[in-house]
Design a protein around this ligand. Structure first.
Ligand code: AMP
Ligand code: MG
Length: 391
């Protein structure tokens, strides 16, 4: 699937709009941070020296308003945290280590070692060094680091345009009253939200009836305007499953259909000859849709944006209870993780019922745990791989 995925282009994005965007170019510090030596304390800039000195206060250096006075022995300059160290000063003596005399002088009650309470220029970032590397997903702290580095805009990957299509005659919009045999469309808000969290710009989700022509037309429109199309339901082989023949008619070539996975067996992936959009057919059961989004769509969205690929899983946990295996398919169970603090490591417990219709098993789940296909039970105490659950 990732072989069929090439990164989208790039664009310049103001820092104010860059939350969640993926950096396409490294961000280097425009200058030293801090830009100048400054005080770590409220106190007095002095020449390093012993206790018991009487120093005349000759000025003030405030944050944003430096003092230009060249300090000599016998003098002190009042200074605030973050204010520039005046020329000549070699230490800061904190306010609590001096007595202020009424006649505009201080008495030092402590030794001041050279450099004490002075933050050096560039201690946080050196000019021209890379602070954030390409592929970083810009969170609030990364935005703060970019701002501190003197950067007002970044080169980010273009956001994938994602269309979500939900097939099913039985689906009603959230909040609508249900007729006989009808259910609410829970995949629409879930898949839309997951795509947005994955960095996408989404068009409002469409519902498609279980009808060949309507399915084909709905998918045709989405294909024309999207980088990624996510279709839920209708991808199996029932008499009312029209997604595969519709994709075939539209020239979206199947890369794979059906994976040895529970939940998620009927997952479909394909691309047209042009290479775009990536088209995913996800099973309609809400849990299956979220699990397959996590395993297939989320990595593809990251790859389109040149972001970090999930790579082989590194996290593991110890199964807290016996889990029945599926003889033919790997299972991805929704687990809660907890560390009992007994030194035995993190334990994984199935989160509620594991049926693919039990949407509430996703609420409060921390991760997916891989239960490899096999006979019998995977016993408690077995180390299992953890995979990221998109949320
Ligand atoms: P399908 O993959 O179309 O065979 O659907 C499998 C199951 O998922 C059926 O019980 C559907 O009613 C249900 N389902 C399909 N689409 C949705 C959806 N958008 N929201 C909630 N449930 C759905
Ligand atoms: Mg259906």
């Amino acid at each position: 699937m990732l072989d069929a995925t090439s990164p989208l282009g790039t664009e310049t994005v103001d820092l104010d709009d860059a939350l969640g965007r993926v950096l396409a170019q490294d961000v280097a510090a425009a200058g030293d941070v801090p830009p100048f030596p400054c005080s770590a304390m409220d106190g007095y800039a002095v020449l390093a020296g012993g206790a018991g000195r009487i120093l005349r206060i000759v000025g003030e250096s405030r944050a944003g308003t430096p003092s230009g006075h060249e300090l000599i022995e016998g003098e002190a300059i009042r200074i605030s945290t973050g204010a520039a160290i005046p020329p000549g000063a070699t230490a800061v003596i904190p306010q609590e280590n001096v007595d202020v005399n009424g006649d505009g002088a201080i008495h030092t009650n402590a030794v001041s070692a050279p450099g004490e309470h002075i933050r050096g220029a560039g201690e946080d970032m050196r000019a021209d060094t890379v602070v954030l590397s390409a592929g970083t997903v810009l969170g609030p702290v990364a935005l703060g680091a970019a701002a501190a580095a003197g950067v007002g805009s970044v080169i980010a990957s273009r956001q994938p345009r994602v269309s979500v299509l939900c097939t099913g005659d039985e689906l009603r919009a959230p909040g609508e009253p249900l007729g006989p045999g009808e259910i609410h469309n829970s995949n629409a808000p879930m898949l839309t939200g997951l795509a947005q969290r994955g960095g996408a710009v989404t068009v409002p989700a469409q519902r498609l009836p279980d009808d060949r022509d309507a399915t084909t037309e709905g998918i045709r429109t989405a294909v024309a305007q999207s980088d990624v199309v996510i279709i839920s339901g209708g991808v199996s082989v029932g008499p009312h499953d029209h997604v595969k023949p519709a994709l075939d008619a539209l020239g979206v070539n199947e890369v794979f259909w059906s994976v040895a996975l529970q939940p998620g067996k009927p997952t479909w992936f394909g691309v047209p000859a042009s290479g775009r959009p990536l088209v995913f057919g996800l099973p309609g059961n809400p849990v299956s849709a979220v699990v397959t989004f996590s395993l297939f769509v989320a990595p593809a969205l990251a790859a389109l944006q040149g972001g970090p690929s999930a790579g082989p899983p590194r996290a593991t946990a110890i199964l807290g209870v016996d889990v029945a295996r599926n003889p033919r398919r790997d299972q991805m169970i929704r687990v809660r993780l907890c560390d009992a603090g007994d030194g035995d490591g993190v334990r994984a417990y199935p989160n509620r019922g594991q049926g693919s219709h039990i949407l509430t098993s996703l609420l409060g789940a921390d991760a997916l745990a891989l239960i490899p296909a096999g006979e019998g039970e995977l016993p408690a105490g077995t180390t299992v791989e953890l995979h990221a659950l998109a949320s």
